[in-house]
Design a protein around this ligand. Structure first.
Ligand SMILES: Cc1ncc(COP(=O)(O)O)c(C=O)c1O
Length: 345
């Protein structure tokens, strides 16, 4: 059977044989009692890697962001975040539905940042007409902004604004290891001045399930309470953490490979008549490209490629996203380019 080349997301990866072995052999206990040794190991390794006092395993990035923002923000207060951020666009409005938290969306720039002057002027002054501002959330890498990594300097400049105004800074670091690899810095440096970070084990790190939140001890205590209330307290969850521990070890080498493959894909797309791409924006494992052809619509391209075993999403009309990951090899990139060229021309 021909391999399906699935470029829809880095969430589609399947666990390696080594991961399956580690899942089978994991030491287990009841994690709601904090007695699962494998979960405890993952949490202490994570807090160490991120330079924070504590960490907690959660079932998903969405729950990690929600439980964190609930811990930082009282009901009726406001969080500043990007209008293209995952939390605003794709997390079911959870912060509003479950936390009564008002979102103040600022335009994300192409590099995933929020303009620091706009952040400053979005912070509410004391006035009984206004909600109080309680937090700022940044996303690193930025999924909808070309997978761009946010630099240490930029994050520190936002952290300073947060500190000066008594606000918390949360980082949605679903793909923060991709940012660290692209910028050649440690993840610890990217969050040194942030109050909290969520990172995902189940994206580029290729574990089947799970995310981790890191932060101060008091904050993580509150996240633990929130996780329980949201139904995310799992029992012998060490079977998941076992895979996560392995993926932390593999992070750097795998992500470097994924970034190389993304660059190759972007270079190839730039050579195909009828496709458009801004190659400079491809810095991690996410690629956006456009179609400009009188012969073919976007949905026809997606379905023709799908029929040939190559999957990706049309994100908006004639604009597509491809994501490289553990399941994608250099040969897959070459095949994708060859078939794309055939379909478009
Ligand atoms: C930037 C970002 N944050 C958070 C999430 C949510 O993660 P999960 O799918 O594990 O809930 C995603 C998922 O794709 C994401 O891309």
């Amino acid at each position: 059977m021909n391999k399906i080349i699935d470029l829809r997301s880095d969430t589609v990866t399947l666990p390696s044989d080594e991961m399956r072995q580690s899942i089978a052999n994991a030491d287990l206990g009841d994690d709601v009692f904090q007695e699962d040794p494998t979960i405890n190991q993952l949490e202490s390794k994570s807090s160490e890697l991120f330079g924070k006092e504590a960490a907690i395993f959660v079932p998903s990035g969405t729950m990690g962001n929600l439980a964190s923002i609930l811990a930082h923000c009282d009901r009726g207060t406001e969080i500043i975040l990007g209008d293209k951020s995952h939390t605003f666009l794709y997390e079911g409005g959870g912060i509003s539905a479950f936390g009564g938290i008002h979102s103040r969306q600022l335009p994300n720039q192409d590099d995933g940042t929020l303009d620091v002057e706009e952040i400053k002027s979005a912070i509410r002054t004391e006035n009984d007409h206004f909600p109080k501002t309680s937090a700022i959330s940044l996303e690193n890498t930025h999924n909808m902004c070309f997978g761009m990594p946010l630099s240490v300097e930029y994050i520190n400049s936002v952290a300073l604004i947060a500190k000066e105004n008594g606000l918390k800074l949360h980082i949605d670091g679903a793909r923060i290891f991709n940012a660290a690899v692209a910028l050649n810095v440690a993840v610890k440096d990217l969050v040194e001045n942030a109050d909290s970070v969520t990172f995902c084990l189940s994206k580029g790190l290729a574990a089947p399930v799970g995310s981790v939140v890191c932060g101060g001890e008091k904050f993580i205590y509150q996240v633990r309470r929130n996780r329980k209330a949201l139904g995310g307290g799992m029992r012998q969850a060490g079977i998941l953490a076992a895979a996560g521990l392995l993926s932390l070890n593999l992070a750097e080498s795998q992500l470097l490979e994924d970034h190389k493959n993304a660059k190759l894909l972007a270079e190839g797309i730039a050579q195909i008549n009828g496709l458009t791409i801004d190659e400079k924006k491809v810095q991690t494992n996410i690629i956006y490209f456009g179609l400009n052809s009188p012969k073919l619509t976007g949905s026809q391209l997606v379905s023709k490629m799908d029929n040939r075993g190559i999957k990706f999403f049309e994100i908006s009309s004639n604009r597509f996203r491809l994501v490289t990951h553990y399941g994608i090899t250099r040969d897959d990139i070459e095949k994708t380019l060859e078939v794309l060229d055939k379909m478009v021309n």
